[in-house]
Design a protein around this ligand. Structure first.
Ligand SMILES: O=C(O)C(=O)C[C@]1(C(=O)O)C=C[C@@H](O)C=C1
Length: 444
């Protein structure tokens, strides 16, 4: 209801308007970009340089100078109706996308637990049943169908979202064809991104950039690890313990006290399943109580994490950005900056000067794969990665290039946020808004 009222009443100013103007000035602004940016050749990949606040990378970089006339017209265009914007979203990606496959913003049905077809929302997570990510999926989308996946990359490939278990049963029949695409399509993927004990999960930050998905939600989940073993096994019998590396790290103190050798596996529940399946006598698993029940293991010790306050934050990803992006509070932007004194300070100042709260900043090295030539890039990285490649070549002679992921609190409709991003775009060599989502402020 609130959303409908919002749809009717909200008028969106700003970057949308500026983009619209940029569109009409496309030839000149593109020429300006060509002369000032090593990234210019990639603009040729723009399919439809219309409004796209979520993937700003390919929008022409308008200098302050060139902007003055745009600014006054921007001021005149004070409002654009939300519905119009939504209808207009082109979400241009690379030229391989056919117009029909261009992602659309999520509908309100998709934001509930139903897809637009009325079926249950399918949410992919890494691991087998009983993994914490499965609980995160269910917390975010109660009554969803949580789909276990072997690896995050499988979960991310939503268009071929064949599930782990489906894949296992189909391994010999090699059915990953069109049929599988239709049958095993998933709507969301769940990605653990940080933990209160272990900090950021770096690999998953890299995945965010490698795949062209949008963050549409977050969930904080209390993680309570148990030490599990087969029936009749005592703690003294154990020599080793299997689990996900994050879980092992979160239980460092207990496991050291017990003198157990750690063995890393893909997920906590997978560890429990392995211990149960192979009836191991010398090995236990660190996993959830739910996993113990599913795989018939006994609980030797509860709450073995180093701190009782052990919370993991998960992100929900979708092929399309969320309508709620326009009223949401949290957003994440990924950017790289030119080398020079105070560049990061300058970048962060665009938020500070507008009184926008930054909730997190993470830096990651530019992915090596970005160095591949476009021809080598057969796996189809998003354009952003190709763009990074150019930046990397440009800076690599002297410096270690880094990407910065910035989380900040502001809705898409917030003029300050639009201005901050517009400002940032003037000197960031690469920028992509990874998503916008309601913060999970409830109890984990
Ligand atoms: O292995 C699992 O059960 C997961 O869901 C993965 C994961 C993670 O990657 O951090 C999720 C939550 C816990 O922090 C431990 C493991």
């Amino acid at each position: 209801m609130m959303f409908e009222i919002y749809l009717q009443n909200l008028h969106l100013p700003l970057v949308y308007a500026s983009h619209a103007s940029a569109r009409s000035h496309a030839p000149s602004t593109m020429a300006a970009t060509t002369s000032r940016s090593p990234l210019a050749p990639l603009y040729s990949q723009i399919q439809n340089p219309k409004t796209n606040p979520f993937f700003t990378l390919k929008l022409p970089n308008i200098s302050r100078h060139a902007c003055s006339s745009t600014r006054s017209s921007r001021r005149k265009i004070q409002a654009i109706e939300l519905q119009k914007i939504i209808e207009d979203y082109p979400y241009e990606f690379n030229s391989k996308d056919s117009p029909t496959s261009l992602p659309r913003p999520l509908t309100s049905a998709q934001l509930s637990n139903l897809t637009s077809e009325g079926s249950r929302l399918r949410v992919a997570y890494q691991g087998v049943r009983g993994a914490y990510s499965e609980s995160a999926a269910e917390k975010a989308y109660p009554n969803c169908e949580a789909v276990p996946c072997e690896q995050f990359d499988t979960a991310f490939e939503m268009n071929v979202g064949i599930s782990y278990e489906d894949k296992m049963s189909d391994e010999t029949s090699n059915v990953v064809g069109n049929l599988a695409v239709e049958r095993w399509l998933v709507d969301r993927a769940v990605l653990p991104i940080e933990n209160s004990l272990g900090g950021s999960i770096h690999r998953n930050y890299d995945l965010l950039l490698r795949h062209r998905l949008h963050i549409v939600g977050e969930v904080k989940l209390a993680i309570r690890h148990c030490l599990l073993a087969n029936n009749d096994i005592k703690v003294e019998d154990l020599k080793r313990v299997l689990s996900h590396p994050q879980a092992l790290a979160q239980c460092e103190n207990t496991l050291t006290q017990l003198g157990l050798v750690r063995e890393a596996v893909d997920d906590t529940a997978g560890a429990a399943k392995h211990v149960a399946l192979h009836k191991l006598k010398d090995a236990g698993a660190v996993a959830s109580m739910t996993a113990a029940k599913i795989y018939g293991l006994i609980v030797l010790a509860e709450d073995i994490q180093d701190d009782s306050d052990n919370v993991t934050r998960f992100l929900m990803l979708a092929r399309s950005p969320s309508y709620l992006a326009l009223i949401n509070l949290s957003r994440q932007v990924c950017l790289s900056l030119e080398e020079g004194p105070g560049m990061l300070f300058k970048a962060l100042a665009v938020f500070a000067m507008r009184n926008i709260n930054l909730t997190k900043i993470e830096s990651r090295p530019l992915p090596k794969r970005a160095l591949q030539t476009p021809d080598e890039n057969a796996t189809g990285f998003p354009n952003g990665i190709l763009l990074i490649k150019h930046i990397f070549c440009y800076l690599a002679i002297l410096y270690f290039p880094y990407l910065f992921y910035v989380d900040f609190e502001a809705s898409m409709a917030d003029e300050r946020a639009q201005n901050a991003l517009g400002h940032l775009k003037e000197f960031a060599t690469f920028m992509r808004v990874l998503g916008s989502y309601p913060a999970d402020n409830g109890l984990p």
